[in-house]
Structure formats: C-alpha cells, structure tokens
Design a protein around this ligand. Structure first.
Ligand code: ATP
Ligand code: MG
Length: 421
C-alpha cells in the first residue's frame, strides 16, 4: 500500500462538521465590522522577509525563531506571514491609503509561526485583526476595545477580561529602559538564557517572560508607568475615562508589554482563565512609529488581532454554537420520481434560494433513504414515490418533531416550504 502523506505538524484541516462554526464566527465579524464602518483588506500570505524583520523587530520570538522563511526560485528571501499588521502597513503605504487619511480596516486569514504545537498554539492559525490609521487621540483606542467587547457579547462568550497598559512615548521608553537594565543587572543571576540575551538587545521583552521562576523578581522591577511622558499619561487617562463612560471594565497590568517591537502608548489584551497557558484571545496596541519606520510618512496607528482557534475553542467549551442545519431531504423512489423530483427541487431553489435542501441521489429503498434523511440533520423529509407522483403531491415527514405525516400538493409546495423556514 502507498505510504500515507499527512498534514504538516501544527497545521490542521477544518473538517465539514466544523466549518459551519467558522462560517458563523466569520459572519458575525463581517457584520460587526461593517456596523462600525471598517472595510476589509486582503493581503498576500507571502511577503519579503525584510518586512517582518524591520517591523516586528529582530529580537522577538517571531523573528528569532518562529518564521517560515525560504528562498524562492529567483533567490528572493520570502516569509509566510506570521501576523497581519506589517503586511497591512506595507499595503497601505504602497497603495497610498495612509497619508493624511483616516482608514478603518480589518482582515482575517491564516498566519504561520514555527512554534511548539499544543492546544491553542498551532503552526498555521487564523487571526482576525482590525487596524486604524490617521487618528492619534485615544477615542479610537476606546473604539477598538469596544469592538472587542461587542464581539464577545455577540458570540455569547463569558469570562473574558480586559488588561490595559501604556508603554509611553519612544523617549519615555528609552529613559525607562536604562532604569530597567540597571535593575535586571542587579538580578542577573536570576535571569534565564533568553532574558540574558535580551538584556542588551531588548530589555523590555524580559518583562514579557512567561518563566515562573522570574515572576517575583519581575514583579518588583521598576514600572514603566512611573517614567511616563506627560502626553502618554494624559492619553492613558482619557482612554480610561472613555471606557468608564461606556461601562467597559479593565484592569491595569503594568507587566503587559506585548511581544512585538512596534508598540507604543496603549497596549491591551483580552484574556480568559479557561484556556490554560494560551489564555490571551486578543491583543493589540498603538504603533505610531511603524508606518514611518517602513518608509511611509509618519501616521498614527492602532490595531488588534485575535486568535480565531482560541475563540472557537472557548465557544465550544462554553457550548455557545449551534450545529449546522438542513431544512429538507428529498426522498425519491423510482425513476419517474427521480426526474420529477429534480424539477421540483430546482423550482424550490428558484423561488426559495435560502432553503437548504439535499436531493437524494443514488437510488435505494425507502428505508435506506429515510436513514440518510435522518442522518443529514434535516427538519423534514419530502417523499416522492409512485403514488404521490400520480396524485401530484409529496408526503411530508417531520424528522425532529412529533407531528403526523401529511401530504402537500405540488401547487402548494412552495407556499408550504416558505412557512417551515
Ligand atoms: P502568545 O503570547 O500566546 O504567543 P503572541 O503575543 O505571540 O501570543 P500576537 O502576535 O499578539 O500573539 O497574536 C495575537 C493573537 O493571536 C494572540 O493573542 C493569540 O490569540 C493568537 N495567536 C498567536 N500565536 C498563535 C498560535 N501559534 N496559534 C494560535 N493562536 C495564536
Ligand atoms: Mg507568540
């Protein structure tokens, strides 16, 4: 027997019984974003490696060890996108969408990171993200947070908390970095290998460490908030006032620094206790410097991205999603019925495009067809056999309700179907 080829570790199929859950989630996102006046942008899955090195930062988990990078046939260095923000900024600059304009954008699709696969952490995973360009005031920070809050509400998710912090201006961070490095050097014996390496290159990232052995030492480290510049402090206060005004609860988490280099000022994460170590379902923040850093004109920017698998898994554990349904299974007995059935089915589809109907194909006995009708999840079976055909009617059998079988004439069928929906 030929050797089986399997999918790549950490990359999964979405199987037919599951795809409906994705579609429902995506439909809610689409409607929500349209409601807030955001437009969808679709970027390529592959970009120049440079784009990610220059935006995400050389000394980050993603660029240091997670990117799928390869040379194409021309010898160009390419990378499967590990996130959407860099591509979105690249597309915005390239197409003249950013300078002196306000853009409210969203995207969704697969991202690739070579991580250790585990529940909630995959090598191909999906993000939905929103990005806003051209607004520097924190009212827009609040809007993005509200979109998150409304999404959880519409999905029926509970137990999701908002954590908030500010990273201040670039200057404030430079000042703070020195203080932090001094403190970390005093505790060098407690730093793990990653942190030691980052001490010189990206000390802020040490705060982001998930190593429990360093937790207490990091909790006692000087806090960035004490070194904040006036403007960032004011903006942070304004954001809190906005969130208070609309009743969005949050906790300030001074250790929240986000893993990517480009963030400044507002950073936030939506977290849950129900997914173990993979508890962050959505993360975002301001990145005012990135557009200029990638060659565009200086443009304020803020966005978030959420992990779709993590949210779907949360929805599943909270049993928040309905299974996919079928309205009708059309049972056809005998060759003449098969032909008439085909015509009837097309008439129904013409008049009622929303009806979900499976037409039985492949013949077989009434019993075997009814078995398939039941398995399909259909609400009703329409049965067309010799007798029904002669009388120009179909038998209607209710598969999910205790109701008597009835007959409906061909003429009345469309009207009948309209009423079952
Ligand atoms: P983590 O700390 O969990 O590694 P991150 O900081 O690397 O997350 P971001 O780059 O901010 O994550 O991505 C935004 C969101 O995308 C995360 O909050 C998470 O929900 C999701 N996500 C990130 N990496 C993965 C992955 N490998 N598999 C599934 N979801 C992921
Ligand atoms: Mg990560």
């Amino acid at each position: 027997m030929a050797k089986l080829i399997k999918s790549i570790r950490g990359m999964h199929d979405v199987l037919p019984d599951d795809s409906f859950r994705w579609q429902s989630f995506e439909a809610i996102i689409r409607q929500l974003m349209a409601g807030y006046g955001y437009k969808e942008i679709r970027m390529p899955l592959v970009e120049s490696t440079d784009l990610f090195c220059r935006s995400i930062g050389e000394v980050t988990d993603i660029v240091e060890k997670e990117m799928y990078t390869f040379e194409d046939r021309n010898g160009d260095k390419l990378t499967l996108r590990p996130e959407g923000t860099a591509s979105c900024v690249r597309a915005g600059i390239q197409n003249g969408l950013l300078h002196n304009q306000v853009q409210r954008l969203w995207y969704s699709g697969p991202m690739f990171r070579h991580e250790r696969p585990q529940k909630g952490r995959y090598r191909q995973f999906h993000q939905f993200g929103a990005e806003v360009y051209g607004i520097e005031t924190p009212d827009i920070d609040a809007e993005l947070i509200l979109i998150g809050a409304r999404l959880w509400k519409q999905l029926g998710l509970t137990g999701v908390r908002l954590e908030l912090n500010t990273l201040g201006s670039n200057q404030a961070r430079i000042k703070y970095k020195q203080v932090l490095v001094d403190y970390l050097k005093q505790h060098e014996d407690q730093l793990d290998e990653d942190s030691l390496r980052r001490l010189d290159t990206n000390p802020l990232r040490v705060l982001d460490s998930k190593n429990p052995a360093m937790r207490e030492m990091l909790d006692n480290a000087p806090a960035l908030i004490d070194y904040l510049d006036e403007e960032s402090a004011q903006q942070f206060d304004k954001l809190k006032v906005c969130l208070d005004a609309v009743g969005v609860e949050y906790t300030i988490n001074l250790r929240l620094v986000r893993g990517l280099d480009y963030y400044c000022k507002t950073v936030f994460e939506w977290v849950t206790d129900e997914l173990g170590a993979q508890g962050t379902i959505c993360a975002g923040g301001r990145y005012d410097g990135l557009v200029e850093q990638l060659g565009g004109k200086s443009t304020p920017a803020i966005g978030f991205a959420l992990g779709m698998e993590r949210i779907l898994s949360l929805l599943e554990s909270q049993q928040q999603q309905q299974p996919e349904t079928i309205d009708i299974y059309l049972v056809l007995l005998g060759e003449a019925s098969e032909l008439r059935g085909l015509q009837l089915a097309e008439e129904i589809r013409e008049q009622q495009p929303d009806v979900k109907m499976i037409v039985h194909c492949g013949g077989g006995s009434l019993k075997s067809q009814m078995k398939k009708a039941d398995k399909s999840g259909a609400e009703i079976a329409l049965i067309l056999a010799e007798d029904e055909l002669k009388n120009e009617q179909v038998a209607v059998k209710y598969l999910r309700q205790k109701k008597e079988q009835i007959t409906v004439s061909f003429d009345e069928l469309i009207k009948f179907i309209t009423n079952i929906g």
